[in-house]
Design a binder for this molecule. Structure first.
Ligand SMILES: *Cc1c(COP(=O)(O)O)cnc(C)c1O
Length: 400
C-alpha cells in the first residue's frame, strides 16, 4: 500500500530540531494514533468527551478543572476570553468588542512574543510592564512582581506569564501581587513539561490557568493542547469554545464542564469557535498525556541520550568542525548535540550548512538558533531509529 505522503508526492524530513509547527510537530506514538483512529469510528457528544478529558487533565495536573484545546496558543485565547467575560453570556457574545468590560491584560515587557497575538485577539489592551535591563548587560534586573502589582487597575482582566526556566520575575511573586488584587494569572507553559513535574508545578505555584501544547513534548496530536486551572474559568472558556448551535431545551452539557444553573442562558458561538477540537484530538491528547506521565523520566532521557550518542558515534571526527554534547545541556532533560564549525577553514558557514542539510537528500532539519556563533544544534525528540546515522552521513558528505 502506498504511504499517504507518497500518494501526495510529499517528501518527509528528518527532524533533528524538535517539535516545531513549521516541521509539522512531533511524531506520535502508535498508541496515540490508534486512539485517534478508534475515536474516528463513532460519533459522541463532544461536551461529554471534553468533560471526561477534563477530569483526566485535572487529575494529572492537580488543577480543579481541565480542557482540551487546539494548542497552547488557543489555550491563551480561550483563557484570556474567560478572564474578560467570566460567566456572563452577554459579554461572551460581544467579544472581541470589550467596551465596558475588564479589558486590560498585563505582561512583563520581556515576556512579549508573537504567540501573544492569541491574547490580543480577544480585543483587550496589552499593558507592558518593566524593562529587561539585564539584557543590555548594563543592568541586572527584569520586571519585578511589585511592578506588575502596581500596574493593576479596575480594568485588569488578567496577567499573562510566559514560563521558561530563565523567566523573571518569579511566578510566585507575580501570583502574590495579582491575587492580592483578585486578578487571575494565565501561564503560557507551551513546551515546559519537563521535568514532567511541571504539569503540576505552575498550578501548585498558584496559577489560575495554565496552557500547554499537546503536540510538543507531550507527544499528542499536533493540533492539540491543554488548558487547566480554576473551574469557573475553564467553564467560561468551554462556553466560548463549544458548539452552541443548539436549542436551549436540548442543550444538556455535563455539569462538571458547564453548570447551566449558574447561567441566565446559553451564549451563541463564541470567540473560541475557530479553535475547535475534534474527538480524535481529544482522544489522542489524553492517550499521549497518560503515556507521558507514565513513562519513567530516566528511560525517556536514556532513549534521547542513545539517539544523540548514535549521532556522535556515526559522525566520528571532522577536520574543520567539533561535534559533542552541548556542555550546558549534558545533564539537561533533553540532551542535544552541538556542532561548532571552523567556518573559514571549512569554507562554509553554519547557516550554509543548515541550508545544505535542508536542501539535500534526505531532507534534514537542524536547529539554526546558534548559527551566528558558528554552531548547529541537533536534538533527539523527533528523531526515529536509524535517522542519526543518516544525519551523520550527510554531515560527512558536507564536511568530509
Ligand atoms: C509553541 C509555543 C506556543 C504555541 O503552542 P501551540 O501548541 O503550537 O499553539 C505558545 N507559547 C510558547 C512560548 C510556545 O513556545
Amino acid at each position: 500500500m502506498t504511504n499517504i505522503y507518497e500518494e501526495l508526492g510529499i517528501e518527509p524530513i528528518i527532524n533533528a530540531v524538535g517539535p516545531s509547527t513549521r516541521l509539522s510537530g512531533s511524531i506520535m506514538r502508535p498508541e496515540v494514533a490508534e486512539a485517534m483512529r478508534q475515536a474516528s469510528e463513532a460519533c459522541v457528544d463532544i461536551a461529554e468527551l471534553q468533560a471526561r478529558a477534563g477530569e483526566v487533565i485535572a487529575e494529572l495536573t492537580g488543577a480543579e478543572a481541565g480542557y482540551v484545546t487546539s494548542g497552547a496558543a488557543a489555550g491563551l485565547l480561550l483563557g484570556t476570553a474567560a478572564c474578560v467575560t467570566g460567566l456572563d453570556p452577554g459579554k461572551m457574545n460581544r467579544l472581541p468588542d470589550t467596551t465596558g468590560m475588564k479589558n486590560e491584560v498585563i505582561m512583563a515587557r520581556s515576556h512579549r512574543n508573537f504567540y501573544d497575538h492569541a491574547v490580543r485577539s480577544v480585543g483587550i489592551e496589552l499593558v507592558e510592564v518593566g524593562i529587561a535591563d539585564r539584557f543590555s548587560g548594563a543592568g541586572v534586573r527584569d520586571a519585578e512582581g511589585w511592578e506588575i502589582g502596581a500596574a493593576i487597575t479596575e480594568r485588569t482582566a488578567a496577567i499573562v506569564y510566559v514560563a521558561y526556566p530563565h523567566t523573571q520575575p518569579s511566578l510566585a511573586s507575580v501570583v502574590a501581587a495579582a491575587h492580592e488584587k483578585g486578578v487571575p494569572v494565565i501561564v503560557d507553559a507551551a513546551g515546559q513539561v519537563l521535568p514532567a513535574e511541571n504539569l503540576r508545578h505552575f498550578i501548585a505555584e498558584g496559577a489560575d490557568l495554565v496552557a500547554y501544547s499537546g503536540g510538543k513534548t507531550i507527544g499528542g496530536p499536533q493540533s492539540s493542547g491543554i488548558l487547566c486551572g480554576r473551574r469557573d474559568l475553564i467553564q467560561a472558556a468551554a462556553l466560548q469554545h463549544q458548539d452552541l448551535d443548539v436549542m436551549p431545551e436540548l442543550w444538556d452539557p455535563p455539569a462538571s464542564l458547564i453548570d447551566k444553573s449558574k447561567l441566565p442562558g446559553a451564549p451563541q458561538h463564541g470567540i473560541g469557535r475557530p479553535c475547535k477540537v475534534g474527538k480524535e484530538e481529544i482522544a489522542g491528547l489524553i492517550k499521549a498525556l497518560r503515556l507521558f506521565v507514565a513513562e519513567d523520566p530516566e528511560e525517556r532521557r536514556g532513549r534521547w541520550l542513545g539517539l544523540m550518542q548514535e549521532l556522535l558515534d556515526a559522525c566520528g571526527t571532522f577536520q574543520h568542525a567539533k561535534i559533542a554534547f552541548e556542555v550546558e545541556r549534558k545533564r539537561a532533560e533533553v540532551p542535544s548535540v552541538r556542532l561548532v564549525l571552523d567556518e573559514d577553514a571549512a569554507g562554509l558557514t553554519a547557516l550554509e550548512l543548515v541550508k545544505a542539510l535542508q536542501e539535500g537528500r534526505p531532507r534534514i532539519a537542524a536547529n539554526p538558533t546558534y548559527v551566528h556563533d558558528g554552531a548547529v544544534v541537533f536534538g533527539p525528540t523527533c528523531l526515529r531509529a536509524g535517522e542519526p546515522e543518516q544525519v551523520a552521513q550527510r554531515l560527512n558528505e558536507l564536511l568530509g
